[in-house]
Design a protein around this ligand. Structure first.
Ligand code: ATP
Ligand code: MG
Length: 431
């Protein structure tokens, strides 16, 4: 027999790990809700063309990292490597005209064929936020502070915000001209990867990790010197507002980000607490993407946060979990039927109810309740079924006096009283 294994770069998330994931997701969603950002869900599978056009063919993501295949109808499909292009497509397709500005979020798996390592997988998860139809520099500020606040709410330490501006399309063109000239002269001193980028995507050279190239780049023309007055003022006002809000940042003129569609503000948030894959959040403005994809001219800005890196960073306090409230020990034909119906009633009181389905001996069932650390226990056997009642008592460390109560299946009032006296108080103090 074949021993099946998951594909390289993918992981199983098991119940114990998911407690933390669910807490992280909950905190994120609460903050998005408070910021009136609405959820959008787009397909995980899209036409390959969408990403080639949207993200740019010269980018690493499109040229090296995509999961692309032909479906049975010979259409080229791709598992989404990021969410922005899909959101833009969905908005154009569903008539963006009627609703010019929208604050949207999505969360889910993304796929990139990369070398797996800590904090880098082939199937990973992102939270993405997109403000579509927003032009003012205040929307840049709101997006940056939203990302910052989410990371702070999650208790992530040693956060650093880096910002840069890429100017608008014209600024970029005049910079590119000067930069290409400089590259011509300095080509042979650059690393091979950077040399290859000269024709395909010269701006990306600024983002190199090669130390030698980095050093040489210090003498290259700088994009910031080619910005129009309007672009410069926009950038200055963003820096000013970040200072007013006391959000610390550093300027990084080499921050260009891997996707082609960015204009004006680009930013990244890293954490010193992570190793080499230190970027938790990347974002920026993309005023031309939607029109390039065939929509009406629509300014927009967004960010994406990598959830795996958040999980690596967030503390153990997010692992806390509410345990079982009531364990129902039951044995015998009538008892088991009554137990099913009682478990459904108890869940209506918002109690975490575990119905034993084993049919094993009473002592085995008690052991299981003990293992789960259940706060209370209900016992239904043949005798109880005959009398149409069940036994209920506190359990484990809660059962100081160990007093049992008997409650009739028909007596909801007595049941509710027992629950509110014995369980609800402890549950509310836990949360
Ligand atoms: P990196 O430089 O780490 O490759 P990136 O620039 O490719 O990041 P973006 O496309 O901006 O990343 O995606 C935003 C965030 O998604 C990243 O900051 C990171 O937290 C996360 N991320 C990106 N690729 C991966 C991956 N392969 N595995 C896990 N998380 C990832
Ligand atoms: Mg990458």
């Amino acid at each position: 027999m074949n021993n099946f294994k998951n594909l390289r770069g993918t992981v199983d998330l098991l119940p114990d790990q998911l407690i933390k994931w669910q807490n992280v997701e909950k905190i994120i969603k609460e903050q998005l809700f408070r910021s009136s950002v609405k959820e959008i869900r787009t397909p995980i599978l899209e036409m390959t063309e969408l990403f080639m056009r949207g993200i740019g063919e010269g980018t690493d993501v499109v040229s090296k990292e995509m999961y692309t295949f032909l479906d049975r109808g010979e259409r080229s499909c791709t598992l989404r490597p990021e969410g922005t292009a899909s959101v833009a497509r969905a908005l154009i397709q569903n008539g963006i005209k009627t609703k010019p500005s929208q604050k949207l979020w999505y969360m889910g798996p993304m796929f990139r064929y990369e070398r797996p390592q800590a904090g880098r997988q082939r199937q990973f998860h992102q939270l993405g936020v997109e403000y579509v139809g927003y032009k003012s520099s205040r929307s840049d500020i709101e997006i940056i502070t939203l990302a910052w606040d989410i990371l702070e709410k999650l208790g992530i330490k040693e956060l650093n915000l880096e910002i840069n501006t890429l100017g608008d399309h014209n600024d970029r063109l005049s910079f590119q001209k000067a930069f290409l000239k400089w590259l011509e002269v300095n080509k042979n001193s650059l690393d091979l990867d950077s040399q290859n980028r000269i024709d395909k995507n010269p701006l990306r050279i600024l983002d190199t990790k090669d130390i030698q190239t980095k050093k040489i780049l210090e003498d290259a023309p700088r994009l910031i010197d080619f910005l129009s007055e309007k672009s410069i003022n926009r950038y200055l006002s963003i820096k000013e507002k970040l200072k007013l809000l006391k959000i610390p940042f550093i300027e990084n003129f080499n921050l260009v980000r891997g996707l082609d569609y960015y204009t004006h503000t680009a930013f990244e948030i890293t954490s010193g607490a992570l190793g080499s894959q230190s970027t938790v959040c990347g974002g920026g403005r993309y005023d031309n993407l939607i029109s390039q994809m065939g929509g009406i001219e629509t300014p927009a800005i967004g960010f994406a946060i990598g959830l795996e890196r958040l999980i690596l960073l967030s503390g153990n306090e997010l692992e806390e979990n509410r345990g079982t409230d009531i364990y129902i020990v039951n044995k015998g034909f009538d008892a088991e039927t009554l137990a099913i119906s009682l478990s459904r009633r108890l869940r209506n009181y918002d109690l975490i109810t575990e119905l034993d389905l084993s049919g094993a001996s009473f002592s085995k069932q008690f052991k299981k309740a003990n293992k789960l650390n259940s706060k209370s226990i209900i016992v239904i056997g043949d005798d109880e079924a005959l009398r149409n009642e069940f036994v209920i008592r506190l359990f484990g460390e809660n059962s100081l006096d160990n007093k049992e109560d008997k409650i009739s299946f028909d007596d909801s009032i007595k049941l509710e009283k027992w629950i509110s006296k014995n369980l609800l108080a402890t549950i509310t103090s836990e949360n």
